[in-house]
Design a protein around this ligand. Structure first.
Ligand code: GLN
Length: 548
């Protein structure tokens, strides 16, 4: 019988429910349990694919091509739980499914209502992750308890324990215990109120995880326990981590969370295996070098817009024993101030994916700077497309080269719409999405990184490298390093005679883990470490047509 853990959040948003859920999943896995992770989001969009990064942060893409909440990125980085489109549902998706059933006449003339029809659909979505070979399903409920929009989800998880049995369900509530400077005290009242709201709708949490910036003394734990109706050993402190999110699981273990969960659910487990994770934290805390990487993007000021990119850089840093300072540079600022002022001093430059014209000229300028000064460069998706535009304009001499995404009438459409996209008008879920195989060519930097020719990476784009220009590029030193299975789409390009200039049409950042940095990020960071220690530093490149 699969056990179910429900994680809710109270008091305020942004408490790190995703990270806490991922940490719980990881700890249970490392006790030998088979875990599945799921997030239910209360907004009405069918998925976050069409939402602005300002609203929602990064869109995390799974192997199966589903565009999901960025918390699924935490799940994938912390656990080995296989993720599919069944691991992230929104209110929009739930309603869509129910309305489609209604249109097919499946409700046999009944009035279709939130209870039981919407709640039944939610329960089905949770139940379908359980199976004989799954020990625990962890379902995180997005939003904050008390929000109108999360009520059907909370009602559904309340009902769930009636169906599945109380002994098979565990409710974990994450709350905030703020420190009030004026009073000089930690305050438990918001937690009491938030748990009060949960109890009003019939959910008695089994475990409270309290986010705090200070140690939670026993007296405060006792007070929370009494008012919230839980045993005092079920009040767990989760202190703010300035250092690294990867320390969260270790600190939860210190406070006994994994043993508590296992005891409460009556699970038989192995002993906790954390040696490699502790080793990782040790490396993180004791770096041998320090380097800096500039991430040049349209949404650089938003800390969640390129979440997986920042994490993947850190993973590579851990692998190479290097502490990495990441400079988040807005590409529009490069347009205003020039690359010199903003990029001088960085050991590597990364241009991530993106949509729309704003800031693209700044990205092109940043890439030119990296190429000419032999600074290690990694371009991702739009970052690759901008690298192609830059090379076309400044090396091949195709002056007004552009992507047709930004200039429909460009005389040199070096990036153009994928054939399969020509007649698509809907925006949601219609890009080239998900994992596809590519073939890496011999003698390339990419092959050095991957160590194998057959690779599988995740995609999310509509535009592509225009093959008409391939020979011209090749003649000038821009090499096609990988293509899709049938050779039709360019997947990786590289600039020859550069310490590291690799740009990819896919999103390697989604497949990087703290315990296994992605090979391209690893190669990129290694080149940046070398540059910072001057091992491979060479003079400015002269291939630019303006230098001839
Ligand atoms: N806007 C570009 C395209 O659609 C790049 C997409 C991306 O960077 N994810 O092809």
């Amino acid at each position: 019988m699969t056990k179910h853990i429900f994680v809710t959040g109270g008091v305020v948003s942004s408490l790190g429910k995703g990270l806490t859920s991922a940490s719980i999943g990881m700890l249970l896995e490392r006790r030998g349990l088979r875990v599945r992770m799921q997030k239910l989001d209360p907004y009405i969009n069918v998925d976050p694919g069409t939402m602005s990064p300002y609203q929602h942060g990064e869109v995390y893409v799974l192997d199966d091509g589903s565009e999901t909440d960025l918390d699924l990125g935490h799940y994938e980085r912390f656990t080995n739980s296989p993720l599919t489109r069944r691991c992230n549902y929104t209110t929009g998706q739930i309603y869509l499914r129910v309305i489609e059933k209604e249109r097919r006449g499946e409700f046999l003339g009944k009035t279709v209502q939130v209870i039981p029809h919407i709640t039944n659909e939610i329960k089905n979505c949770i139940r379908q992750l359980g199976s004989e070979d799954v020990d625990v399903v962890i379902t995180e409920i997005g939003g904050t308890v008390g929000d109108i929009e999360s009520q059907p989800f909370l009602e559904a998880i309340r009902q769930f324990s009636l169906d599945a049995g109380k002994e098979n369900c565990l409710y974990i509530h994450l709350t905030l215990v703020p420190f009030l400077k004026v009073a000089g005290e930690l305050k438990t009242k918001p937690t009491q109120h938030s748990v009060g709201q949960l109890r009003q709708i019939g959910i008695q949490p089994d475990i409270l995880i309290c986010r705090t910036e200070r140690e939670l003394p026993t007296a405060e734990k006792e007070k929370i326990a009494l008012f919230c109706n839980v045993p005092v050993d079920s009040v767990i402190e989760e202190r703010d981590k300035d250092f690294s999110i990867y320390e969260v699981p270790l600190s939860l273990v210190e406070h006994g969370l994994d043993s508590l969960i296992v005891k409460k659910l009556g699970l038989n487990t192995n002993t906790l295996e954390l040696d490699d994770w502790r080793d990782l934290i040790h490396r993180l805390r004791n770096p041998e070098t320090e380097i800096s990487i500039a991430v040049v993007g349209k949404y650089a000021e938003h800390k969640d817009a390129y979440k997986s990119i920042y994490e993947a850089i850190d993973h590579a840093g851990m692998e190479h024993h290097s502490q990495i300072r990441i400079g988040r540079i807005q590409s529009e600022e490069i347009e205003r101030e020039g690359p010199e002022r903003l990029l001088a001093g960085f050991d590597g430059i990364l241009v991530p994916g993106g949509f729309g014209e704003r800031g693209t000229e700044g990205k092109v300028d940043a890439i030119r700077w990296a190429r000419k000064r032999n600074i290690p460069f990694l371009g991702i998706c739009l970052g690759m497309q901008c690298a192609v535009i830059e090379f076309a304009r400044n090396v091949v001499g195709l002056e007004a080269a552009n992507s047709t995404e930004f200039d429909k009438d460009t005389p040199h459409p070096v990036i153009c719409l994928l054939d399969e996209q020509q007649n698509i008008t809907d925006k949601g879920g219609t890009m080239r999405l998900g994992s596809q195989q590519s073939h890496v060519r011999l003698g390339t930097r990419a092959l050095e990184c991957y160590g194998q020719q057959e690779i599988s990476e995740r995609h999310r784009h509509r535009y592509e490298f225009n093959n008409v220009y391939q020979q011209q590029f090749d003649a000038h030193g821009l090499v096609v390093a990988a293509t899709s299975e049938n050779d039709s789409l360019v997947e990786i390009i590289e600039v020859a005679n550069h310490p590291f200039f690799v740009a990819v049409q896919f999103h390697p950042e989604f497949k990087s883990k703290p315990t296994a940095a992605h090979p391209l990020f690893s190669g990129f960071v290694q080149a940046a470490v070398r540059r910072s220690s001057r091992e491979s530093y060479s003079a400015e490149s002269t291939t630019d047509i303006s230098n001839r």
